[in-house]
Design a protein around this ligand. Sequence first.
Ligand code: CA
Length: 226
Amino acid sequence: MIRILIAEDEERISRFIEKGLRAAGFAPTVVTDGVTAVDYASSGQFDLLLLDVGLPRLDGFTVLTALRKNGVDLPVIILTARSSAADTVAGLDGGADDYMTKPFRFEELVARIRRRVRPGENNDPPADHIIRYGILELNLHTRTVSVGDRTVELSAREFALVEMFLLHPGQVLSRQQLLSHVWGYDFDGTSNVVDVYVRQLRQKIGADHIVTTRGAGYRLAREGES
Ligand code: CA
């Protein structure tokens, strides 16, 4: 299990990230200030740090500098407001591996985490980038989906949608859950967009793979059901 340390003082954001990462199969831990972030990140217990810039007690850049000075080489992804992206470039010079401007799409964050985490003995075996369910097979590296022996071309959003279904087989996913995973927590459109994308996805992978649960949302069809 890949362990992610989230240093973020805004509860709405940290909760969103924590829930999403857990659903995506990571083991997240949240800390809410810079001093605790340095302590935890130095413990050797984590595989990656998501680091907010505006943190109480020590800001994100100071945290990063302290970690690198102490020889902690944990991959770090900085989370920053779009308005201060210029500062963030300085953060990259200070030893960050990547940065994301808030607000961001969750799917994008997961892709960047996967790119940064080095496969090691403590992590899942390399084959974990393949998710299979019935005749559906998802390759997280090549971002392709196959249905039986047919490879299907999907857009990034369609891919994120089908990924969400395959990570939660059998579970009914509400439009709101799908929205926040695929479009991000601050998406201000209506949940109608989910229906539109599910329809597109059904056209591509076969309508019977996704079951509508009236009033609740959608779920992946069980094996034998489709
Ligand atoms: Ca903050």
